[in-house]
Design a protein around this ligand. Structure first.
Ligand code: FES
Length: 98
């Protein structure tokens, strides 16, 4: 799944917003891992619901918790191991309502 670089996308968990960098033409890729996190790679920034930027210290790959068990939310700390089950298989959403 790729995000359009012209979008600011509400990512859902913890009021987190993933904002793609409009100044760079590269894509951001999100990989939904089986039984665990969402891996983000590429050019991105992550902000809280107030627009404050998380200091990622130059990381271009990281994992976001989607199990709710991390003590370092919104980032994955491995607490999902053995406590979260979801087999990630891509599918098409129904048509967008207009
Ligand atoms: S997905 Fe890894 S700790 Fe939640």
């Amino acid at each position: 799944m790729f995000l359009n670089r012209n979008l600011t996308k509400n990512y859902g968990f913890y009021g987190l917003v993933l904002r793609h960098n409009k100044q760079n033409m590269s894509k951001t890729k999100l990989t939904i891992n089986n039984n665990g996190s969402v891996k983000i790679e590429g050019d991105f920034e992550i902000v809280d619901r107030n627009g404050n930027v998380y200091g990622l210290q130059g990381r271009e790959v990281l994992s976001i918790c989607r199990c709710g068990l991390s003590k370092n939310k919104p980032f994955c700390d491995g607490a999902h191991n053995g406590h979260f089950e979801h087999e990630a298989i891509a599918f098409d959403l129904p048509p967008k309502k207009v």
